[in-house]
Structures are given as C-alpha cells and as structure tokens.
Ligand binder design. Structure first.
Ligand SMILES: Cc1cc2nc3c(=O)[nH]c(=O)nc-3n(C[C@H](O)[C@H](O)[C@H](O)COP(=O)(O)OP(=O)(O)OC[C@H]3O[C@@H](n4cnc5c(N)ncnc54)[C@H](O)[C@@H]3O)c2cc1C
Length: 382
C-alpha cells in the first residue's frame, strides 16, 4: 500500500537517491564501520545532490520540500545502514531547531552551511548523570558580558566528533523552580575556546556513527548564539522531539522491511534435510507473522506521518509508534537472524549488523519506557 503522502515527485527522488547511495555509500559502508565514521566527503556529496535539509527555503539552499522527502531520505539511508542515523539527525532533528527558533541573522549565518554539508550538526542533551530526566542536567551557562560561560559534560552525542555546531542544552538558571524553566539552548561552534571532544565511544552497534563525549570548560559562547529565549529551551525540546521520535520509527520500519527482504530469499535458497528452509511450516508462520506486524507498524506510522504533516498534535501517536516500531525491529532482527542460522551471526552478513544496530532504537530519542509514560499521561492515568 502506498502512503498517502507519497507523490510521483517523492518516487523520483527515491529512485535517484537509491542510485546515488548504491554508488557513493554501499561500497564503502564496511570501511566506514571499521573507521567508526562516515567521511565528510560523503556529507558534501549529499549536500551537492540536494539531500541535506531539502525542506529549507531557497534562501538557505533548500527547495522547500515537504516532510515526505525527509521520510524518503531517511528510509533510503536506513536501508544502507542504521549507522547513517547522524545524517537524519542533522537534516530533520538539529537543523529544525535553528530554523524554528533562530533569528534571521542566525539563520542566514548558519543554515546555508547545513544544506551544503559544510557544517555537520549535533544536539547535546544527555550527560553522564542525566538522560531520561532532562530537567536534572548539570551543564551551566552564565552570562558574562558578551559571552555565556559554559561548564559541563555531555555524552552519547551523535555526530559528536564531526560536529561543526552543537545545539547544547544547558541551564542558564540552575536555581529555577521547576528546574526545567532554567533550561536554554546555545549553539556552540567548533573552535570555541573551552570546548573540546572527549572519547569517540565504542558501541555495540552503529559502528559507522561517530558518537562522542563533549566537554565544556569555561567555554566562551557569544551571547548571539542563544537560540530563542532564555529559559524556554525545555519547551522547544518538547515541541521538536516529536519529529525526532517519528524519524526513529521511520528508520525502525525501514530496517524491518530490509530484514524481511534479506531473509525471504535466504530461506528459499538455503537447504536442510533435502528441502528449503522456507518449506518448513515454522519458517512460513514466523515470516507470515513478522510480515503482518511490519505491515501494521507501517500503516500506523504512515498515518502518524500524514497527521504530523497536516500539523496535528501527534504526541500520543508518535510515542506509540516509537515504542512499538522499535520493539518490533528488535524482534524482527532476532527472528530473522535465527532463520539465517549461523550465517546470520557472521559479520559478512548484513543480518548480523542489523541485529546489533536494532536495540539502541528503543533507548535513544526518549526510551520506550518514557514513551509509555507519555502515553499513560495522555490517557489521563497520571
Ligand atoms: C548510540 C546513541 C546515540 C545517542 N545520541 C544522542 C544525541 O545525539 N544527543 C543526546 O543528547 N543524547 C543521545 N543519546 C542518549 C539517549 O538519548 C539516552 O541514552 C536516553 O535518553 C536514555 O538516557 P540514559 O542513557 O541516561 O538512561 P537512564 O535515563 O539512566 O535510564 C535507564 C533505564 O531506566 C529507565 N527509566 C528512566 N526513567 C524512567 C521512568 N521514569 N520510568 C520508567 N523507566 C525509566 C529507562 O527507560 C532505561 O531503561 C544517545 C544514546 C545512544 C546509545
């Protein structure tokens, strides 16, 4: 079934992007995994082709594309590998903060570099001592003359090594009550005095993703790098996190579809006891069940995407689709690996990589437990 928001133009984009990725990403993906990063040259190529932030207006280098284009780009990147998540994060999660809350002067200064790939962006919320409980972050930013002096540490930051600009969630008023009212967003640029990278983190999966620690020691951030208003940061995050969670769901369903695409031909080809693995009823029932659940997930996700594009309040539905699709991707990875037998556990098989990449989707962008808390609240239970 074709999604209601997909037009012929989206399909044209999909076709050309697929071709581009087959040439520029697929042959190098293993090398990127080994190096722990996607080279900047790939970002620049994405930018040249118009695949970075196409939704931005022409003044900033985009072409005013609707969210359907973002969906197609995120799906096609996911089919190459979940480790490309940093590109989706740049396109549809971080840059929207600058666009939504930046002043015209900030937008003119920063956004054109985001569409060309000259700038890679990141968002730094999580700290060693605070992830789900965002209001308890400890990073502070005190105004001194023309600067904010920032102190603190962030961890697990996607694009952390490459990032030329980081939207840093910090407390401009650590004594605010309630605590979330003291949160603000600052754009910290590469080269800022007192801003450095810590370790590139060694992860179970997403090996091509440069996830890192960020350190701020009396970092001097110009006051003109404040995004929006002081003390409003938490509300900005709550508004934008919906799209972030939707992006994670889009990746999860695309990955499920890819795993079925890998497994169905494999079980048809592989023989045991003089017959194909596909001929066993267990295989047929397992794949029939998984395919059904993936279709259900796809239908709900597509409906939620359409509602998001129509500007509806989708907090509940996004939370539902985020936890459900990311639980599903873990299940599909486990079952499809099982159907591959020992080969599914071998690194040379894409299935193995998908198995280790899947679990994190239930953790980041708000853990699935936090999603259920949001849904419970929406149901009037708390
Ligand atoms: C690969 C990767 C990339 C990431 N990228 C980024 C990034 O770019 N920027 C960024 O800021 N962060 C990023 N994160 C951080 C991510 O968003 C956090 O890990 C996540 O929000 C969970 O926070 P935590 O790790 O501190 O876990 P905790 O908050 O310590 O949670 C531990 C466990 O307790 C559960 N829990 C917590 N509170 C509750 C509750 N109220 N009710 C029930 N259960 C609860 C959680 O669901 C979880 O299962 C990334 C993480 C990873 C692993």
């Amino acid at each position: 079934m074709k999604a209601s928001y997909i037009t012929e133009e989206h399909e044209i984009l999909r076709k050309s992007l697929k071709k581009f990725l087959q040439k520029e990403a697929v042959p190098y993906f293993k090398e990127w995994e080994k190096n722990g990063e996607i080279p900047r040259s790939f970002w620049r190529k994405m930018g040249t082709q118009g695949y970075l932030c196409p939704w931005l207006g022409e003044a900033y280098g985009g072409f005013g594309a609707d969210f359907g284009y973002s969906v197609v780009i995120d799906e096609e990147l996911e089919k190459v590998g979940t480790g490309t998540i940093g590109i989706g994060l740049h396109n549809d999660i971080v840059v929207p903060y600058i666009h939504e809350y930046g002043m015209e002067e900030q937008k003119n200064r920063w956004l054109p570099k985001c569409t060309t790939g000259e700038w890679i962006t990141a968002i730094a919320m999580t700290e060693p001592g605070a992830g789900s409980d965002l209001a308890s972050i400890k990073t502070t930013a005190y105004k001194e003359g023309d600067y904010y002096v920032v102190n603190g540490e962030k961890t697990f930051i996607t694009n952390g090594v490459h990032a030329d600009a980081v939207v840093v969630v910090c407390k401009t008023d650590p004594n605010a009550k309630p605590a979330h009212k003291g949160i603000s967003l600052l754009v910290v640029e590469k080269g800022t005095t007192g801003f450095s990278r810590g370790n590139k983190l060694d992860k179970v999966g997403l090996h091509s993703q440069d996830t890192a620690e960020l350190i701020f020691e009396d970092a001097k951030v110009p006051v003109e790098n404040l995004l929006g208003k002081e003390g409003e940061g938490f509300y900005y995050l709550m508004n934008q996190l919906q799209q972030e969670r939707l992006i994670v769901g889009i990746g999860a369903i695309a990955s499920c579809e890819r795993m079925l695409e890998l497994t169905i031909p494999y079980v048809k080809e592989r023989q045991a006891f003089g017959q194909s693995i596909a001929s066993f009823q267990n295989t047929q029932f397992k794949l029939a069940e998984l395919a059904t659940e993936v279709e259900i997930g796809r239908a709900f996700l597509d409906r939620t995407i359409q509602a998001h594009m129509d500007g509806e309040d989708v907090v509940k539905e996004v939370s539902m689709s985020k936890w459900w699709t990311t639980d599903l991707v873990k299940k599909v990875a486990l079952e499809c690996m099982q159907l591959h037998g020992g080969y599914g556990y071998m690194e040379e098989y894409e299935m193995a990589r998908r198995f280790r990449d899947a679990p994190v989707t239930a953790i980041y962008a708000g853990s699935n437990e936090i999603m259920k808390s949001i849904i419970a609240k929406k149901l009037g239970l708390t």
